[in-house]
Design a protein. Structure first.
Length: 180
């Protein structure tokens, strides 16, 4: 269902909205709103041993399942700033984003999301579950949770892509301070 499907009246002037393909238009004041996927960010944080950090979700949707740490962008927030903020909020870790890893579309309740992923390294902070996370765990490649314990439809796909990536993508990225 498109985000604007249930909208009936213009939030600016109160006139009845006209619906077209996943958008609404106000015939009175020219207000327009589209049903875009909402952007999220996630970090594939790899430690010195090549293990991947996953978080257990504390609430719905998918409470109790394993997820890649991350979350929604705030309005006008740069994706890398959102990535740093979300990881600090959820894990207590300050991260340095590495290479962009990819984008996948999923759903969160009834809305579509555009999920952007980066490789990252933890560079500071005290590891602790917080915000909407109940547990943190580092997983070796051969010890990842079974598909039935993973959140959302994209998490198993992202983990499969991580496993299939060249070995260089599965080691901890260098932080800018350690790069020569």
């Amino acid at each position: 269902m498109a985000r604007v499907d249930r909208w009936r009246y213009c939030p600016r002037c109160g006139a009845e909205l006209e619906h077209s393909h996943e958008r609404v238009d106000c015939p009175e004041c020219a207000f327009v709103s589209h049903s875009n996927s909402e952007p999220t960010v996630g970090a594939l944080v790899i430690d010195d041993e090549g293990r991947l950090l996953l978080v257990r979700r504390a609430g719905d949707p998918h409470s109790g399942t394993w997820d890649v740490p991350g979350g929604f962008l705030e309005e006008a927030e740069h994706p890398l700033d959102a990535l740093r903020r979300e990881l600090l909020e959820e894990t207590g870790l300050e991260i340095e984003p590495g290479e962009y890893f990819g984008a996948w579309v999923d759903t969160y309740h009834e809305r579509f999301t555009l999920n952007l992923y980066w490789r990252a390294a933890a560079v500071a902070g005290e590891e602790r579950p917080a915000d909407d996370v109940s547990e943190l765990r580092w997983f070796a490649r051969e010890e990842l949770p079974p598909r039935g314990e993973l959140a959302f439809t994209t998490v198993p796909v992202v983990l499969d892509a991580w496993l299939a990536a060249a070995p260089a993508c599965n080691v901890r990225p260098e932080s800018p301070s350690s790069a020569q």
